[in-house]
Design a binder for this molecule. Structure first.
Ligand code: PPE
Length: 305
C-alpha cells in the first residue's frame, strides 16, 4: 500500500515538507535498528477529528525510549501537542499517526550514546490494515514457523523498530504462503500475537488473551477491548493460550491501532467457529466504532485536535 502523502512532517520541533523529511544514511538507526515508535489513529467524529487514547500512546513511547536509555528531548505534553499540530497543519481528518524516536547521525559502532536522539511525527490517511473486507469477513491466518522473541532478548513491551525484524519474518512467511497474517507462538509454544496485532479467542462466551509474559506488546487496543468486554458483561481471562485453542475457539480476532478489531476467519485452514465474524466480535466492533466514529465516549478516550 503506497503512501497517501500528506504535506508536512514534524522533525525535532519543526515542520518540513513531506519529501524533505530525510536523515543521513550513516545514522545509527539505519545500521543497528535503534528506534522506538508508536502507531495511533485519529478518527473523524461529529465533533471534529479526535485522537484515540493519545496520552497512553505517548506514555508507551516514552517507556519504550526509557528501556533503551534514549532521552527524548521533549516532554510528553510537548509530543501530544506536536501530534495534534501535525494533524492540523496537514488538514487531516481520519488518519494514522506515526511518531518515531531514533538515534541519529554522529558516528557508527554499536555504542549508541554519541548519537543524538531525534524525534519525527508523520500522519497520513491509512485505510483498513488487513484489507477493506477484513473487518466484516475476517482474515485467513497461519501459525508462523517463527517464534516471538524470547524474554530478556528484545523486550517485547518496548515498541522498538528492531522487534519488527521478527514481525517481518512472520508477515513475509504468511503472505508467501497465501495468508493475510501470521500468529507467532512464544519460545515456550504458547500463543503470543500477530506480526502487528494482539489476539483474542472466544470460547463459551469467555474471552481469552495472552498475558504480557507471553512476549506480547501491551497493546492499547487490547486494553480497550478488555475494558469494553468487561463492561458488556463478559469474563476476560489473561492466560497462557495453547495453540489448539485457535482451532477450537468459537471466535477469534486481532486488535491493534492499525488493525482495529479484525475477525479471524480461519487458522491453518481450519475455520474458526463458522469461519466468519462471530457475534461477540461484532458486538465489540460496534461498541468500539460507536466511540471512535460517533464520538459516544464515556471513557474519555477521544482527544480532539
Ligand atoms: N502487537 C504488535 C507486535 C504490534 O505491532 C501492535 C501494533 C500491537 C500488538 C497492538 O498494539 P496497539 O496498537 O497499541 O493496540 N502495531 C502497530 C504497527 C503496525 C504496522 O504495520 O506498522 C499499529 O497497529 O499501529
Amino acid at each position: 500500500m503506497a503512501f497517501k502523502e500528506a504535506k508536512y512532517i514534524w522533525m525535532n520541533g519543526e515542520f518540513v515538507p513531506w519529501k524533505d523529511a530525510k536523515i543521513h544514511v550513516l545514522s545509527h538507526v539505519v545500521h543497528y535498528g535503534s528506534s522506538v515508535f508508536e502507531g495511533i489513529r485519529a478518527y473523524r467524529t461529529p465533533k471534529g477529528t479526535a485522537i484515540f487514547r493519545l496520552p497512553e500512546h505517548t506514555k508507551r513511547l516514552f517507556n519504550s525510549a526509557k528501556i533503551y536509555r534514549m532521552q527524548i528531548p521533549f516532554t510528553q505534553e510537548e509530543i501530544n501537542e506536536a501530534i495534534k499540530e501535525t494533524i492540523r497543519k496537514n488538514e487531516l481528518e481520519a488518519c494514522y499517526i506515526r511518531p518515531v524516536v531514533y538515534r541519529g547521525y554522529n558516528s557508527l559502532g554499536v555504542d549508541p550514546f554519541p548519537c543524538p536522539v531525534e524525534v519525527a511525527i508523520a500522519a497520513w490517511e491509512w485505510g483498513k490494515y488487513l484489507g477493506d473486507e477484513a473487518l466484516e469477513k475476517g482474515v485467513d491466518v497461519k501459525v508462523s514457523t517463527w517464534n516471538r522473541m524470547a524474554p530478556n532478548t528484545f523486550p517485547a513491551t518496548a515498541k522498538a523498530g528492531a522487534n519488527y525484524m521478527n514481525s517481518q519474518l512472520i508477515k513475509m512467511e504468511a503472505i508467501l504462503d497465501g495468508y493475510s497474517e501470521g500468529i507467532a507462538l512464544d519460545i515456550n509454544g504458547w500463543v503470543s500475537e500477530g506480526s502487528g496485532e494482539n489476539l483474542f479467542v472466544v470460547i463459551d462466551e469467555v474471552l481469552y488473551t495472552p498475558p504480557l509474559g507471553a512476549s506480547i506488546l501491551a497493546g492499547i487496543t487490547r486494553d480497550t477491548v478488555i475494558r469494553l468486554a468487561k463492561d458488556l458483561g463478559y469474563e476476560v481471562r489473561e492466560m497462557l493460550i495453547p495453540r489448539e485453542f485457535l482451532y477450537t475457539a468459537d471466535e477469534a480476532f486481532f486488535t491493534g491501532s492499525a488493525a482495529e478489531i479484525t475477525p479471524i476467519a480461519s487458522v491453518d485452514m481450519i475455520p474458526v467457529g463458522e469461519g466468519k465474524r462471530g457475534p461477540i466480535t461484532k458486538k465489540l466492533q460496534e461498541k468500539f466504532f460507536d466511540i471512535v466514529e460517533n464520538g459516544n465516549d464515556p471513557y474519555g478516550w477521544l482527544h480532539y485536535v
